[in-house]
Design a protein around this ligand. Structure first.
Ligand SMILES: C[S@@+](CC[C@H](N)C(=O)[O-])C[C@H]1O[C@@H](n2cnc3c(N)ncnc32)[C@H](O)[C@@H]1O
Length: 253
């Protein structure tokens, strides 16, 4: 694994993100993005279950038996990779995200055991949310860009990402980087709502058959599931955003 270029509050930076890049990145804004992600991924009791469970269930049936190196890219507050790290206590697990604030929140909650304290009164919850953090020993978090991963060629058994591909400025560059770091026969599991932010990505990757063709030029597609519905809850009244996701499991050829 490559060495970090620097650390900030124990978070390794594998990309030297400048102060102006931090200022410009919406995912560095604690409120709304870190709180929104924490509310979505860490507060199951508010929503009667984990709102993203359908994505984890889709991937679950395909996970390898004993992976050694696992990473989630664009992990935000680290829920998926934390579940995977607990499932595979002997694996070396990394959660990588381009946002320092996301990495910090993930690291505090999942590895340092810092308790989560959230005031969601602006969403109609009167009680302060307070829950204990975790000390997952085989899990690390670091700041990295999806198209410049800190891993050696052919080093990873399993890569995960969700709600990332459609946010990347160059989705194919990200996919090629994932291919570079995967071992032969290594697996990539991901989910995306295909909610592209750039008009040219809609024409390149939509309808989904276009993404299928791009992906299958470099990966073997193992599973392809359209119509995975995720309701991102917004408040105590039951309002939410419905995402229509595509789930993919692909193997390095
Ligand atoms: C929409 S959020 C999704 C977070 C989480 N995976 C989920 O499913 O809810 C996108 C995440 O990807 C991160 N991200 C955006 N661009 C990235 C990039 N180029 N490389 C790595 N992470 C990136 C953001 O900081 C943010 O945490």
């Amino acid at each position: 694994m490559k060495s970090p270029v620097r650390y900030r509050r124990q978070i390794p930076f594998f990309y030297d993100k400048s102060e102006s890049e931090i200022q410009e990145d919406p995912y560095e804004r604690y409120d709304p993005t870190v709180i929104r992600q924490s509310t979505l991924h860490l507060c199951d009791h508010l929503w009667n279950g984990y709102p993203m469970q359908a994505i984890l269930d889709f991937a679950k049936g395909h996970l390898p038996e004993s992976p050694v190196n696992i990473a989630e890219i664009g992990c935000s507050v680290g829920r998926w990779i934390a579940e995977i790290a607990q499932q595979y206590p002997n694996a070396n697990c990394w959660g990588l995200d381009y946002s320092y604030q996301m990495c910090r929140q993930a690291n505090d909650y999942w590895t340092k055991g810092t308790s989560l304290q959230l005031n969601l009164s602006n969403r109609g919850f009167s009680d302060l949310i307070s829950q204990e953090g975790h000390h997952i020993p085989n899990l690390n978090f670091g700041l990295a860009k999806a198209d410049q991963l800190p891993f050696e060629d052919q080093s990873q058994d399993l890569l995960l990402h969700s709600f990332l591909l459609d946010r990347l400025p160059k989705p194919m560059a990200g996919l090629k980087e994932f291919l570079r770091v995967l071992k032969p026969n290594g697996l990539m599991c991901f989910a995306t709502p295909l909610n592209f932010h750039q008009p040219e990505h809609w024409s390149t990757f939509y309808p989904p058959v276009k993404l299928y063709h791009s992906l299958s030029s470099i990966f073997e597609i193992i599973d392809w599931k359209e119509g995975i519905k995720i309701l991102e809850p917004l408040d105590s009244h039951g309002n939410g955003i419905q995402w229509n996701c595509l789930g993919v499991v692909a193997r390095k050829k």
